[in-house]
Design a protein around this ligand. Structure first.
Ligand SMILES: Cc1cc2nc3c(=O)[nH]c(=O)nc-3n(C[C@H](O)[C@H](O)[C@H](O)COP(=O)(O)OP(=O)(O)OC[C@H]3O[C@@H](n4cnc5c(N)ncnc54)[C@H](O)[C@@H]3O)c2cc1C
Length: 234
């Protein structure tokens, strides 16, 4: 899996804090932006996060690129309706030279099954090649490709949606591949906007696990993990 922050709103925290101030100020936006400073911005963002005035977080957007992730992951990702996506097409891109795919660790750990899994992928690639050879368009040949096949995409989310995404997808209840992706995204976003994402992450970071009886029961472990990931010097 490769995931990286491609670009983001410059001075994201200043923009969000200025938007929040604008709601309560009788001076113009430029004056407010000029008066902004990191300490005041931090206090203002902490205040809007605490009182739930989360609309202003939408003024900061973050674009990530990800590659080498399975279609099983990207299918979950695109359920997040407030995000924007551009995904490599299996219609316009033909995989005549074969396709890359993901092997879950659970399968890789069992050599005999892992070998059969790899063999099956080879068979699929061979059939795909035969279909293409017979003149079948990529848009139809792709029907044989598995959930495991790799994809690449660019996704853009605003800070409010990202925080929601991290809440759901950094959680132990989320599937491992999307959880790994969300965790790296949270680390990357926190580096450039530490105040906006200071308390972001799975629900149990903020208190009791919101999953109720579906809880993984590992809240302490999860809190420790994110404390190390987000607050260790790099
Ligand atoms: C652990 C886990 C297991 C899952 N299992 C399944 C499963 O078995 N089957 C399945 O189908 N899905 C499953 N999902 C996907 C899940 O149901 C959601 O589709 C996905 O997480 C996107 O969440 P969302 O709708 O809150 O987020 P987004 O689409 O990112 O939306 C963000 C928020 O905006 C608001 N919003 C967005 N659109 C609307 C709207 N049209 N009307 C009103 N409010 C809106 C809501 O408050 C929403 O929470 C699972 C997700 C998780 C995390």
């Amino acid at each position: 899996m490769f995931v990286s922050l491609l670009t983001y709103t410059p001075e994201a925290e200043r923009v969000v804090a200025t938007a929040a101030r604008l709601c309560y100020a009788d001076v113009d936006c430029h004056t407010l932006a000029e008066r902004s400073n990191p300490d005041d911005d931090r206090r203002m963002i902490e205040k809007v996060l605490a009182i739930g005035h989360h609309g202003v977080l939408e003024h900061a957007v973050f674009s990530f690129v990800t590659e080498g992730v399975s279609r099983a992951l990207t299918h979950q990702l695109v359920r997040h309706r407030l995000a924007s996506f551009a995904q490599q097409s299996q219609r316009y891109v033909a995989f005549d030279g074969g396709f890359d795919y993901e092997t879950p660790k659970s399968i890789a750990a069992q050599p005999e099954l892992a070998a059969r899994y790899a063999e099956e992928m080879k068979r699929i690639a061979a059939l795909y090649a035969d279909l293409r050879e017979a003149g079948i368009a990529a848009e139809d040949a792709r029907f044989i490709l598995p959930n495991a096949s790799h994809s690449r995409l660019i996704m853009t989310m605003n800070a409010r949606e990202l925080r929601h995404f991290f809440h759901l997808r950094c959680c132990n209840r989320a599937q491992w591949e999307i959880r790994d992706l969300a965790t790296v995204m949270l680390i990357e976003a926190s580096k450039v906007a530490p105040v906006l994402f200071k308390d972001a992450g799975p629900g149990c970071l903020a208190g009791a696990c919101p999953e109720g009886e579906m809880s993984c029961g590992k809240a302490l472990e999860v809190r420790r993990k994110f404390s190390v990931l987000l607050h260790s010097p790099t």
